[in-house]
Design a protein around this ligand. Structure first.
Ligand SMILES: Cc1cc2nc3c(=O)[nH]c(=O)nc-3n(C[C@H](O)[C@H](O)[C@H](O)COP(=O)(O)OP(=O)(O)OC[C@H]3O[C@@H](n4cnc5c(N)ncnc54)[C@H](O)[C@@H]3O)c2cc1C
Length: 480
């Protein structure tokens, strides 16, 4: 019997699990994928939005602003790369400048400080912006983060504090049993006092398992380009166009790993359709070129897409089921869901969970995750010290991103460990560079097959059935 079952290990489920691990509770997180953060949390713009843009008094506005304030501490506790680089929203004509002023007013109502910059001020801090810009809205509290590792480390910290995580287990039904719920998965059944539905764009399907609902999720896709490291200062802020009813528009930003990201588009799509298409990406490229000149698209190393859980209410839906106060839906968590996630967790605990269950503090709670090794960021002295302790830090596995065997072994010796090539790549950056794992892939397959003691043909690139090797082509004395 569990106190709380959380369905979904994206950033919403992970942040809530971590905050709840401050209390003496028996918590289970059930995730259908073979890793955490494998759906929307992995594929987004990675911006810690300042919060000037959501409609005042909406849940998006309130939780964005409250969430943003928590990120300095969270990044430190969870050892995640985060940088408050600020954002610039651009105006290219007088009408757009008027809209910037309206946005600034909206920011005031949301209690977010912003500044209107004129043409010269804008171009002084961002010389690669097109010369026809006439002004911009500067939001200094906006930042960039590594969303995948934010989620992995949050879940890691939750597990270190007693939360149980089941991966590769899909919730297929939910039944009411007296005052509790029986969660039925493809592997087992669990009784729980409280259910949290944090299943991303599947939240409407999960909510419907207990009652009829008057809202829906209408998924919208966003497609992106990722550019290689080419110039550390090409742009130094998150560069936005004016937002529209479709979203925040195509942005240009550096990432925490000094790559550049350009996107996203915004079009209706089917759930689970992560395909990218040339026409949409051409439009993304053209929109970006209207803001920033000479973007070197020949440095593209990757395209990808993410799916927004846009709700029919156009705001976050965070409320109990109509019939059941102990079944709590957290739905419609589209942008700014990442930045809002810690505040969403506080909101759910304060308004709902604390009224259902006695929250006794967990005296052993430790908010700090066991520190990760970032070998490349260390001084030569520290690198040598580490190599003396463990020779694996002298073995370079990924030449493009300079990732050592020691770092890969470190992530394999944690609660929330990778089982796939993509899991290793996203945690350590091995395979993230120019060759996109062309050179290191076979080494990482060897490392995973040795660690899990399975044949190399069993190692997956990412999701189920994404096997890389199928059979041996040659069998000889030294050929395994
Ligand atoms: C294009 C795009 C750009 C964005 N940019 C930003 C941004 O810059 N800043 C920002 O703050 N936000 C941004 N967002 C929003 C942000 O990414 C999301 O709000 C956030 O990731 C949602 O997290 P989640 O945990 O709700 O969903 P998810 O990450 O999708 O997690 C839900 C989890 O539930 C699991 N699940 C589903 N069904 C089941 C089941 N039946 N059984 C078990 N598990 C199940 C899924 O596998 C998944 O892992 C963006 C989103 C998109 C798509």
């Amino acid at each position: 019997m569990f106190d709380i079952v959380i369905i979904g290990a994206g950033i919403v489920g992970a942040m809530l699990a971590r905050k709840l691990s401050q209390y003496e509770l028996k918590i289970l997180v059930i995730e259908k994928e073979n890793d955490v953060a494998n759906v929307t949390t992995m594929a987004n713009s990675a911006i810690i939005h300042s919060g000037y843009d959501p409609l005042p008094n909406s849940l998006k506005a309130k939780l964005n602003v409250l969430g943003n304030k928590q990120f300095d501490e969270i990044a430190k506790q969870l050892d995640v790369k985060f940088s408050r680089i600020g954002s610039l929203t651009l105006a290219f004509d007088e009408k757009q400048l008027e809209t910037l002023k309206e946005l600034q007013q909206r920011g005031k109502e949301n209690q977010v400080e912003t500044f209107i910059l004129n043409k010269e001020e804008t171009l002084k801090i961002e010389p690669n912006i097109n010369d026809n810009v006439i002004g911009s809205l500067f939001a200094p509290t906006a930042g960039i983060i590594d969303p995948f590792n934010l989620c992995v480390h949050a879940m890691e910290n939750a597990c270190e504090n007693g939360v149980i995580l089941h991966l590769e287990e899909e919730v297929i039904d939910i039944k009411k049993e007296d005052n509790n719920f029986k969660i039925i998965t493809n592997k087992d059944e669990y009784l729980t006092s409280i259910v949290i539905n944090a299943s991303g764009y599947n939240a409407d399907d999960i909510a419907k398992k207990v009652e009829d609902i008057d809202w829906s999720i209408n998924p919208r896709k966003g497609q992106y380009f990722v550019l290689d490291h080419f110039d550390d200062n090409f742009v130094n802020h998150v560069i936005f166009p004016l937002p529209s009813e479709k979203g925040k528009g195509v942005l240009v930003s550096k990432t925490t790993s000094n790559n550049y990201i350009v996107g996203p588009s915004s079009e209706p799509c089917l759930k689970d359709d992560f395909s990218c298409d040339k026409l949409t990406l051409d439009n993304v490229r053209n929109s970006a070129k209207e803001m920033v000149k000479n973007i070197p698209f020949n440095q593209t190393i990757r395209i990808f897409s993410g799916i927004r859980a846009t709700s029919s209410r156009h705001d976050f839906i965070i409320e109990p089921a109509k019939k059941y106060p102990n079944f709590i839906n957290i739905a419609g968590i589209e942008s700014p869901g990442l930045v809002s996630s810690p505040a969403i967790a506080d909101y759910v605990i304060t308004n709902y969970i604390s009224k259902l269950i006695n929250l006794v503090p967990n005296k052993n709670f430790n908010p700090y995750v066991r520190p990760y090794v970032h070998f490349l960021d260390l001084s030569i002295e520290k690198q040598n010290e580490l190599i003396k302790k463990d020779k694996d830090f002298s073995k370079l596995i990924c030449n493009c991103e300079k990732v050592t065997l020691g770092e890969i072994k470190d992530v394999l010796n944690r609660y929330v460990k990778p089982s796939t090539l993509k899991g290793v790549k996203k945690r350590t950056r091995a395979g993230f560079g120019k060759c996109q794992s062309g050179f290191c892939q076979s080494n990482i397959i060897d490392i995973l097959s040795t660690f899990y003691q399975v044949d190399k043909t069993k190692i997956l690139y990412d999701k189920i059935n994404s096997n890389i090797l199928f059979y041996k082509t040659k069998v000889g004395e030294n050929n395994d």
